[in-house]
Design a protein around this ligand. Structure first.
Ligand code: HPA
Length: 275
């Protein structure tokens, strides 16, 4: 963990921000246009401009920070995240989360596109993450610990903050949005899973599978951030339906059903307790 690198990136960004952001948002495939809804004062900072940052190359990911307000709350939004499958080291994938923390962000909201593993799920469902299984074979906290950020051995018992999950369920009820709850299992990708892997993951207790979110949730937990995360089920995982999986369906469903998730996030922000 390179604390100096985090500080350099934060020092670069701090003077560019109109105010201290309270909430960080990482928007997944097809969900990035929530960033367009940010209210003034707004600033855009492309990742490529920030010292030590790498650019995102994934489809549907823009690769920039937008700072502004959503539901009146100062937010810092990552429009496009970094993934291990792009070839980035997992420490590079989580660097933006650590930088957000140094910039004052206390709460991180993560969204992703995921395959439904739970046979009761349907395409277009939204799932609130209650927990995760790290099947990436790597951990962003490996290496020298930065005690300024958090402890060497970081507790993961309450990673997805119970109070925020309660708030999300209340928001869903208010809006009449049905919200599944479940466990997200992360692989590195980029190949989708095999049907046998999906059967195995179901046995392990996974409800959804994807290629992101877990590194960011681990890094956020480590540095004491509250975390809330949602999956949009863009497809049923491999082998459940008698059809191949395509990248296009992930993007299409993300765009079509992403609006509901956006409404949910806006309502949650409007009801966040003032710190
Ligand atoms: N598997 C892994 N990642 C995904 C999937 C999937 O089925 N759908 C969207 N992201």
């Amino acid at each position: 963990m390179n604390y100096q690198k985090m500080c350099e990136a934060a020092d670069y960004m701090r003077p560019l921000l109109p105010e201290t952001p309270k909430v960080g948002l990482i928007l997944g495939s097809g969900l990035g246009d929530l960033g367009e809804k940010l209210e003034e004062p707004r600033r855009i900072i492309p990742y490529g401009e920030i010292p030590g940052f790498v650019c995102s190359t994934a489809p549907g990911h823009k690769g920039r920070f937008i700072c502004g307000r959503l539901s009146g709350v100062p937010v810092l939004c990552m429009q496009g995240r970094l993934h291990c499958y792009e070839g980035h080291d997992i420490t590079e994938v989580v660097l933006p989360v650590q930088v957000m923390r140094l910039l004052g962000v206390e709460t991180l909201i993560l969204t992703n596109a995921a395959g439904g593993v739970n046979l009761d799920f349907k395409v277009g469902d939204l799932m609130l993450l209650e927990d995760h299984i790290n099947f990436m074979g790597r951990n962003p906290l490996i290496g020298k610990n930065a005690p300024e950020m958090g402890p060497r051995f970081c507790d993961m018992s309450y990673t997805y903050t119970p109070a925020l999950r309660k708030l999300a369920l209340e928001a869903a009820q208010r809006l009449g949005i049905s919200l599944r709850r479940g466990v997200y299992l992360a692989t590195t990708g980029p190949s989708f899973e095999t049907p046998a892997e999906i059967r195995a993951f179901r046995t392990l207790g996974a409800d959804a599978v994807g290629m992101s979110t877990v590194p960011e949730a681990i890094a956020a937990s480590h540095c004491g951030m509250k975390v809330l995360a949602f999956s949009l089920i863009t497809n049923m995982a491999a082998g459940i339906l008698d059809q191949p999986l395509t990248e296009e369906e992930v993007i299409e469903i993300g765009q079509a059903k992403g609006q509901e998730l956006q409404k949910l996030v806006l309502d949650i922000l409007a009801h966040l307790p003032q710190a």
